[in-house]
Design a protein around this ligand. Sequence first.
Ligand SMILES: [Zn+2]
Length: 109
Amino acid sequence: MRILKGDMVVVCTGDDSGKVARKVLRLEEGGVKIVVENVNRVYRHVKKGHPKSPQGGRLSIEMPIDASNVQVYCPKCDRGVRVGNRLDADGKKYRGCRKCGTALKAAGK
Ligand SMILES: [Zn+2]
């Protein structure tokens, strides 16, 4: 599994290409698609009485994008990188940047 909920990611394609997103909000279809904060936003027009918008009008939501279109952001490399299992000094596995070895933990569960 490459992308986790709470990851900071860089978008590689589309209108939001090059954008660093603070957070992956959720995974869909078992991680094939992901919903990323402020990426691929669309406006839905909703009628009055909608639970999120009692007045009706426009509602801004994020649509899922393909997980293969983003890379995990590494603050040390300052770019999107590949992540993999690395071993720390005690021989414990952790998820880290393949380039510099910085541990990249997903921020939230
Ligand atoms: Zn790195």
